[in-house]
Design a protein around this ligand. Structure first.
Ligand code: PMP
Length: 422
């Protein structure tokens, strides 16, 4: 059972509670006020807030370490390189990657999937082949595969989901055909909160020698990931969703596959030697990191992981499960509210519609109350089409959210109900 799946199981024992109030104190932005009220930040699936540990690390980097990496022979450049590589080593540990060489820094989950589609995908997918995704993918795990399929004359196929927003895995054996070249599935859905049984999917795919790409953008913020236990071939995360900076993310790839893949982009840093006749590429992971990288991003992500590692994740799991249960029950009392996504295994995400009020109106009224939620299709238009709705309002919580935040959301929704009677 994978880490995220494991942690949303009901926990029968374990007295330790997670001190969310104490965690909040580590996040300066959470003490802001908004519209004259204390901010309730419930848009963590879009991006999370940053602990002071991360902000300080970036600050310190520029004050004491800034130089270009991997090139200078002078001490400052060596120190900057160490800081950058520390970020990689920390992330490797968080994902339990066998080696930091299998951790490629990218801009985010989107670039990670594009990298795999443009290199590995082009190697593997030809006319008449198939790429299998799921019905609840974020656009960033659909469009790159669609582009590849269009280019190669291949077909994009889809694992369906049910009304609760769970994948229908009975269909998987039929969908894994002799033409399937790649499976790409989201670990945790951003618009529904569903935790998918990715290990089972990977096992089924591997039984047919089909490699699997996991979009872990929404899983990594809810606990350490074990790519070795999952046995996924690729795993994509975004730093900004896991309490690190924007503009940095990670692609984990199994060494044997990364070794065989052509580079994604050409330029400096990714070469061993260049002549006008021939270029020899650098070893992993540099082969995939052309140009001056996002050094501050790597340092900030390293600091984020350093912060996350000291949390008691079992206690966090109980806290997040409590938040989800509490919020699910509390919003259900609002007349005309329908929760979209009621899977048995969820992260603390409550997506909903309210009869008589457009999700954007819900968001606007909640904003007046100091409550920040996301409204729209959440870059999952096929999910909205499946449920026959244009959009939802989504409250997505992190470990630093509290029952008080949920109470403020519910009070705000009662206000929405007054403004937009059914
Ligand atoms: N996958 C999922 C499930 C996401 O939620 C997101 C961000 N909303 C992405 C991929 C893309 O991440 P980014 O925009 O950071 O590249």
């Amino acid at each position: 059972m994978d880490t995220v799946t494991q942690r949303v199981e009901p926990v029968a024992t374990g007295p330790k509670t997670f001190d969310a109030e104490r965690a909040r104190a580590d996040f300066p932005l959470l003490s802001r006020s908004m519209r004259g009220k204390s901010l309730v930040y419930l848009d963590n699936a879009a991006t999370s807030q940053k602990p002071r540990h991360v902000i300080d690390a970036i600050h310190r980097y520029y004050e004491t370490l800034n130089a270009n990496v991997h090139r200078g022979v002078y001490q400052l450049s060596e120190e900057a390189t160490s800081a950058y590589e520390w970020g990689r080593a920390m992330t490797a540990r968080y994902l339990n990657a066998p080696s930091p060489a299998e951790i490629v820094f990218v801009r985010g989950a989107t670039e990670a999937v594009n990298l795999v589609a443009a290199t590995f995908g082009r190697q593997r997918v030809g006319p008449g082949d198939e790429v299998l995704v799921s019905a609840m993918e974020h656009h960033s795990n659909i469009v790159p595969w669609q582009m590849l399929c269009d280019e190669r004359g291949a077909k994009l196929r889809v694992i369906p989901m049910n009304e609760r927003g769970e994948l229908v895995l009975d269909r998987l054996p039929d969908l894994l055909t002799p033409r399937t070249r790649i499976v790409a599935v989201v670990h945790v859905s951003n618009s529904l909160g569903t935790v998918n049984p990715v290990r089972e999917i990977i096992r089924e795919a591997h039984a047919r020698d089909i490699p699997v790409v996991i979009d872990g953008a929404q899983a990594a913020p809810h606990g350490p990931v074990d790519v070795q236990a999952l046995d996924c071939d690729f795993y994509a995360v975004s730093g900004h969703k896991m309490f690190g900076p924007t503009g940095i993310g990670v692609l984990f790839g199994k060494r044997a596959l990364l070794d065989e893949m052509p580079p994604y982009q050409g330029g400096g840093e990714m070469i061993r030697s260049v002549t006008f006749e021939k270029t020899l590429y650098a070893p992993l992971p540099m082969k995939f990191e052309a140009g001056t990288p996002n050094i501050e991003g790597a340092v900030g992500l390293g600091a984020a992981v350093d912060y996350l590692r000291q949390l008691d994740w079992e206690a966090v799991a109980r806290h997040e499960a409590d938040l989800l249960a509490y919020a699910t029950e509390a919003v259900s009392d609002i007349p005309g509210l329908h929760i979209v996504g009621t899977a048995a295994r969820k992260t603390p995400v409550v997506s909903f519609t309210l009869e008589g009020a457009h999700p954007h109106d819900i968001g606007t009224v909640l904003d007046q109350e100091g409550v920040a939620v996301r409204t729209g299709h959440h870059c999952t238009q096929p999910v909205m089409d499946f449920f026959g709705i244009p959009a939802t309002a989504r409250a997505s919580m992190a470990f630093y959210n509290t029952r008080d935040d949920v109470d403020r959301l519910v009070a705000g929704l009662h206000r929405v109900r007054e403004v937009f009677p059914r």
